[in-house]
Design a protein around this ligand. Sequence first.
Ligand code: MN
Length: 303
Amino acid sequence: MNRDQEPSGPLDRIEVAKGRHASVGGVGVVRVLPNRSRRTVGPWCFVDCILPDEFAEPHPLEVGPHPHTGLATVTWLFEGEALHGDSLGTEQLIRPGQLNLMTAGQGIAHSELGVTAAGRGFQMWLAQPEATRHGPSRFEHHAELPTATFGTAQATVLLGTLGDAVSPAVVDSDLVGTELRLRPGTVEIPANPRFEYAIVPIDAPVRIGEAIVEPGWLGMVPVGAELLMIGAGQAGARVMLLGGVPLEERIQMWWNFVARTRDELTQAWLDWQNQNTDRFGEVNSTLARIDAPPPPWIRPNNS
Ligand code: MN
């Protein structure tokens, strides 16, 4: 049978998209999601990575108090340390290998301060489902996370389940977030056929199915895969593997807010600019509060 006539599987339909450079709190990042072809992978709606070659002149991260709605922030460092403060009263130092998970619900505010220069890692967002996005905010720190071994690969499970490893973190939808350390060669990672997946290499390119994904790029695997074949070259590779059931609802994202309509985004902007502490609380921080820019669909008042 001619290969072209075979039904194509999920690993034959991988989309690869290049991230774009951006700056967050004076630190250079590569934003791999959203990208030109995809807004979400499962509930993952925002993935920023700080990659080693981005650090010609490292600055410590400094992000003053700012709000979020309708999303959970997932912070994962490889190097450096950062101090998280939020309007629930949390003050939490995060180190490499630890997870900070902050769920905004209807509203939260937080600040992030790098305590060492040249922090490296990932800052990611999960869109909350309708059932919880109007609910209370919460924060979790996990200093210890479960690991699983697949052939020569080791996985640290930040969120959800992979193999026998189950993260203790509480999430609002069916998803997985892991870091894989690959040795040279190819391994098979079990996949949930209901999930779509994103592969984000950190330090070296990897092969997934027939696609090569470089650091700073995102490889997207559609639903239906029961195994992910991931290969690394002579240096091995570290990658983030993120997945989840595709979002049923179409989300709207603007600035630090996730919602469903522009009216909701406008209300979140007004509430933050009017210092509505019933909604967002207050953050005890030495850094200056960050003003929200006006949404582009709001016309300035001309007198
Ligand atoms: Mn934030």
